[in-house]
Design a protein around this ligand. Structure first.
Ligand code: TYD
Length: 207
């Protein structure tokens, strides 16, 4: 039996890491094999991306979108580290960010239709069985980042840009209705309540 491909998305500071840990623990407790992964990955391309995220090397939105896609293709199909093989072997793959982040972040600075097209029509990319978007007020995200991080990445600095990113996530989700299984979860609640709702969504998958 194939595993399920589950993606968590949200603004920086939305509590994704906590929820991914809780979800992985809950699925393991159900006896499932769980593989946790994240984008950008630790590949060489991921390194180029991180140079830009840290602010040390500027790249255009289009360059970043192309780098994220290259990283994502290897993340799917690399013979050693690619997760598609794991899905076929029955592992549940829980991924911290996927192409929805490219739509919302790179879509603000390059052509959104191009970013949608090259990701959604790329033959190497698996389509998630479920994407959960943790919806948190951008001001709370910003507060959390300012408290927790020693230095901020380029997309964590400007609260107005974070609000625009959230707006674009929600706009793209409306465009993808009927094509992708996306659930927006109100994450302005306790971690336990949010985790319970996410687990219910995963348990409801008919695979
Ligand atoms: P993040 O999940 O915050 O990783 P970390 O906790 O290690 O910093 O992701 C890093 C940043 O990358 C985040 O600001 C969103 C951005 N990003 C994109 O702009 N496009 C993408 O396609 C992806 C996957 C991430």
């Amino acid at each position: 039996m194939a595993g399920r491909f589950i993606v968590l998305e949200g603004l920086d500071g939305s509590g994704k890491s906590t929820q991914i840990t809780l979800l992985a623990q809950a699925l393991q407790a159900q006896g499932r094999k769980v593989h946790f992964t994240a984008e950008p990955t630790s590949s060489a391309t991921g390194g180029l991306i991180r140079d830009t995220l840290s602010g040390s090397y500027a790249r255009s939105g289009a360059e970043l979108a192309a780098l994220f896609l290259t990283d994502r293709i290897a993340h799917n199909v690399d013979p050693v580290r690619g997760f598609r093989r794991l899905l076929r072997e029955g592992w549940d793959v829980v991924c911290d960010r996927y192409y929805y982040s490219s739509f919302a972040y790179q879509g603000l600075s390059t052509d959104l239709d191009w970013v949608l097209d090259m990701n959604l029509n790329c033959p190497d990319l698996a389509k998630p069985d479920l994407c959960v978007f943790l919806d948190v007020d951008y001001r709370s995200c910003k507060e959390r980042l300012d408290q927790d991080r020693a230095s901020l990445e380029i997309f964590e600095r400007d609260p107005e840009q974070m609000n625009e990113t959230r707006r674009l996530f929600l706009e793209v989700f409306r465009r993808l209705e009927g094509r992708e299984n996306i659930r927006v979860v109100d994450a302005n609640r306790s971690a336990g309540e949010v985790a319970e709702e996410i687990l219910q969504l995963v348990n409801a998958l008919e695979i």
